[in-house]
Ligand binder design. Structure first.
Ligand code: GLP
Length: 245
């Protein structure tokens, strides 16, 4: 596992974007899985800017979802669907055929998981993932305690995830369940980058990197991945005991 620490959020965003653009330059039809949330907003703005100046062609890239809130429709601005369209797919003029996301409103939500598993298998697996880390160490909606051999699944959200998740919504929203790729998808992806910024993430980042690897801390499992990276800013790195920014 590689750890890179950047001076601040802007530098972090620039370097994460650079890594993503490199993947697409090397493999124009790469399969990407990109997180939603506050952390990657700066990265996606950088990516859109680079694409505008014509540096990288996204017309063949395939995108798959990481996660979604169950019961939240795509037109709700707090949904992962809405976020990805707003920050990436619309500004990059991505063809809907290039995108496969979870439907949080699906009547048969278990079937929605199997459809995603089949879709990723048909694409030949995921080339590159950018994931955030939840305040409880979750990745996607892989909450503490989830077995590491899961593919896509539906999960009852932790109380912390339910309350922290309110920040994405304009009004208070019931967030009881999530649908997510599983840790097995993450372990099988060719390359996974975990990103984090700000002092509020420093304690969980320190645990993910330095505490014993455990399913109680899903982010720590990525230390077993053959090509995983933690890209974090100095504030998020401030509680690491072994590495000083
Ligand atoms: C959310 C999402 C994750 C996201 C993480 C961090 O609950 N399920 O996919 O990466 O938590 O979010 P943020 O970047 O807003 O801190």
């Amino acid at each position: 596992m590689k750890i890179s620490i950047f001076e601040d959020y802007d530098q972090l965003s620039i370097h994460v974007a650079e890594a993503l653009l490199k993947v697409v330059l090397e493999k124009p039809d790469a399969v990407l899985c990109l997180a939603t949330g506050e952390t990657p907003i700066g990265t996606y703005a950088q990516v859109v800017e680079q694409a505008r100046v014509g540096e990288v062609d996204f017309s063949k890239v395939r995108f798959v979802a990481l996660d979604e809130w169950v019961g939240v429709p795509p037109e709700n601005s707090g949904s992962c669907h809405f976020f990805l369209h707003k920050h990436l797919f619309e500004p990059l003029s991505i063809n809907p055929k290039q995108v496969y996301l979870f439907d949080g409103m699906a009547k048969n939500i278990e079937n929605e998981c199997r459809l995603m598993d089949d879709h990723i298998a048909k694409l030949g697996g995921i080339d590159f993932m950018i994931v955030g880390i939840g305040m409880n160490g979750h990745i996607g909606f892989n909450e503490p305690g989830i077995p590491e051999d899961r593919y896509a699944h539906v999960v009852d959200l932790d109380e912390m995830t339910q309350s922290v998740g309110q920040k994405y919504f304009e009004q208070e929203t019931i967030l009881k369940q999530g649908i997510t790729l599983g840790m097995q998808h993450l372990m099988e992806a060719k390359s996974v980058m975990v990103i984090a910024n700000g002092s509020k993430k420093s304690a969980i980042v320190a645990q993910a990197i330095e505490a014993p690897i455990s399913t109680q801390l899903p982010a720590s499992l990525l230390r077993k991945h053959r090509d995983s990276m933690f890209f974090i800013d100095a504030a998020a790195a401030s509680r690491l005991s072994k590495i000083k920014p």
